[in-house]
Design a protein around this ligand. Structure first.
Ligand SMILES: CCCCCCCC/C=C\CCCCCCCC(=O)N[C@@H](COP(=O)(O)O)[C@H](O)/C=C/CCCCCCCCCCCCC
Length: 214
């Protein structure tokens, strides 16, 4: 399994996003990427129909992990240090993509947009009725976030894949947290951390005019 071994645990994802934000309100890339690795593990358990999504997510996490382990790794400790370093050294394609490797800023921006989808999706699951359909929650969350940035063919493939999602209760069970009530409680605990990471990143990227990187 490309994203690491073991079953998905919402608890672990929660712990990763919880440890992301430092006292100085910096977002640490190590736990940020661990959170994504945990989510991708979950995606793998949903079957081959989601492989086009997980491949893209894995590729983006891998790009970032390579930066975090590379020669300039001390510049990739946090999102703030990454933005400062890449902008100061002209490493970010602002207008159009060049032949250079994808920058950390552009790559994180894609994950950041997907985090918005996750935020909406988890909130939909948490507040949804017992008989609400996961596919509908997922489609609505996607249309209100990521879909804006995807071409028609990706939107179509995503919408078809969403139709195969299990029921809300089955979904809550595979989170490996306990009963569905316990899973709902844990979602309530997890969401503020995810929202915090999203909010800090959004503010950072907006301040540096990085929200539309090609
Ligand atoms: C506790 C329950 C948790 C739910 C867990 C959900 C697990 C989700 C794991 C990963 C989420 C998907 C991350 C997708 C990143 C997509 C980044 C992106 O937008 N990439 C596009 C643009 O990239 P560039 O071309 O500019 O480099 C790329 O074109 C996209 C390709 C793939 C399609 C992406 C579809 C996204 C659908 C997101 C919903 C996932 C459905 C999960 C179902 C639960």
């Amino acid at each position: 399994m490309a994203a690491g071994q073991g079953a998905f645990s919402l608890r672990e994802v929660l712990a990763a996003f919880q440890t992301c934000v430092t006292e100085r309100r910096e977002v640490l890339l190590g736990p940020y990427l661990s959170g994504w690795r945990g989510l991708i593990r979950f995606l793998h358990s949903l079957g081959a129909i989601f492989s086009f999504v997980s491949k893209d997510a894995v590729a983006k996490v891998q790009i970032m992990e390579n930066y975090c382990r590379g020669e300039q790794r001390e510049k990739y400790v946090s999102l703030q240090s990454m933005v400062e370093y890449e902008l100061a050294n002209g490493l970010v394609d602002i207008q159009k993509r060049s032949g250079r490797p994808d920058s950390g800023c552009r790559t994180v921006l894609r994950l950041h947009r997907a985090l918005r989808w996750l935020q909406l999706f988890l909130e939909g699951l948490r507040t949804g009725r017992e008989d609400s359909r996961t596919s509908v929650i997922c489609t609505d969350s996607y249309n209100a976030s990521l879909a804006t940035y995807h071409p028609w063919v990706v939107r179509k493939a995503a919408t078809v894949a969403f139709c195969t999602l299990p029921s809300r209760n089955a979904f809550l069970e595979i989170m490996n947290v306990g009963t569905t009530e316990e899973a709902v409680t844990m979602l309530g605990e997890a969401l503020p951390y995810i929202c915090d990471v999203y909010g800090i990143t959004q503010e950072l990227f907006a301040r540096h005019k990085l929200l539309d990187l090609p």
